[in-house]
Design a protein around this ligand. Structure first.
Ligand SMILES: [Zn+2]
Length: 273
């Protein structure tokens, strides 16, 4: 029952992510206040990204509307990218997956942490989509996520956790996740890695916390980066100057570290003893 609920909420949140990403992008291009307002996330009505026709509920059912209209707008017949249903499905999958593999028993304050985590996931999916489409990680998404991250890591204080150990874990995570990228950013003068990656690395490091989790996240992210870049380079679909967005890989690394870091840690201890 809970899983079904999470799938439905995930699909709806995925639909919100699609709208959010597109609106933020349109707003960033908008030249005047009127257009900016038209694409506001809070007040604007749902509309077709092609013809801007207002959408009504039969057009807004996640995945189902896209499938029933075969990926076309009801009003202008323009094709609507498969990004829409995929993002909805991925968000639903991440919610469900997080619930199934959540590392702590879900009661008390941990439920609160799980809800904040789901909100963070919404932001992560939005960042991944934005980075894949426009090679940017907008601060307008990253900064609010820092606030959520603080709630997530400070929540255990409501029980008996110590503020000192929480602060140390968070600062170490922040330093490893953000610091390493900051170093690469400075050395390469911003050509290897963008400022957005530095902020995202810091944010994810803060959330996963501690040296092991933060390093694990970076190892997974760079492994994924290599795994994806090599075939692209070999087949000539990318060259050494191509920009391959690193945000989605970092996010995936962070999610895996958060959900499975504990199990991986114990498993690796077993390997060395
Ligand atoms: Zn349309």
């Amino acid at each position: 029952m809970i899983i079904l609920g999470l799938v439905i909420i995930g699909l709806i949140c995925g639909s919100f992510v699609n709208a959010l990403v597109w609106r933020l992008y349109e707003q960033s291009k908008a030249k005047n206040r009127k257009t900016k307002k038209e694409f506001s996330i809070l007040s604007g009505r749902s509309m077709c990204p092609k013809c801007k026709h207002q959408l009504f509920w039969p057009d807004l059912i996640p995945v189902f509307s896209w499938l029933s209209l075969r990926g076309h707008c009801r009003y202008c017949q323009g094709s609507i990218s498969w990004q829409y249903p995929i993002v909805e499905l991925i968000t639903a999958l991440l919610f469900t997956f997080s619930y199934i593999f959540w590392p702590k028993p879900l009661h008390g304050i941990v439920i609160f942490q799980f809800i904040i985590w789901c909100l963070l996931l919404i932001g992560f999916v939005a960042l991944a989509v934005y980075d894949l489409r426009w090679y940017l990680l907008p601060n307008r998404i990253v900064y609010p996520l820092f606030v959520l991250a603080l709630l997530e890591i400070l929540a255990p204080l409501a029980t008996q956790a110590s503020i000192i150990s929480i602060t140390i874990a968070a600062l170490v995570g922040l330093a490893i996740g953000g610091g390493l990228f900051y170093l690469l950013f400075v050395i390469s003068n911003g050509s290897w890695i963008g400022g957005g990656d530095v902020r995202l690395g810091g944010l994810l490091g803060l959330i996963v916390g501690g040296p092991f989790y933060a390093m694990l996240m970076l190892i997974i992210a760079s492994g994924l980066g290599t795994f994806i870049s090599i075939p692209l380079l070999l087949t000539g679909k990318a060259n050494r100057k191509s920009h391959i967005p690193f945000g989605p890989m970092l996010i995936l690394g962070g999610i895996i570290a958060e959900l499975f870091g504990g199990s991986i840690f114990h498993w690796s201890l077993g390997l060395f003893s």
